[in-house]
Ligand binder design. Sequence first.
Ligand code: FES
Ligand code: FES
Length: 152
Amino acid sequence: MAFAIKVNGTTHSVDVDGDTPLLWVLRDVLGMTGTKFGCGMALCGACTVHIDGAATRSCVTPIDSVGKSEITTIEAIGATPAGARIQKAWLDLEVVQCGYCQSGQIMSASALLAGNAHPSDSDIDDAMSGNICRCGTYVRIREAIKHAAQSI
Ligand code: FES
Ligand code: FES
């Protein structure tokens, strides 16, 4: 079945089953591999994208639920004000270790900062608790979010 989805400002027509996860469509159909597969069960956050600005686990989001929503992925988050500040902070504080989880971390952090310019520690914990990092970069992630908030 054909679906027209809007990703990073561009409408794409994709021919897949309606229950195909958005993550599969992004990676395997559109070739946008910045969004990562981790658990496939909404447990790790590696696959996080924005749907109408909300951080969303694309591994459990069927394509037929997306409709006309605006999807933003890691490939374009740097074009948003909050995403640009988060990416700069990630570089300034050298957050990344292996990097596998970091697309999802940046997408969750960008959604947080876009809706809350000066998040408290508990705001950060609430927003980031679903994003797992096997390398344990949590302390640098929290500092980078604060660093990005200070740059506003
Ligand atoms: S791959 Fe989606 S939450 Fe883990
Ligand atoms: S940086 Fe390696 S899993 Fe997070």
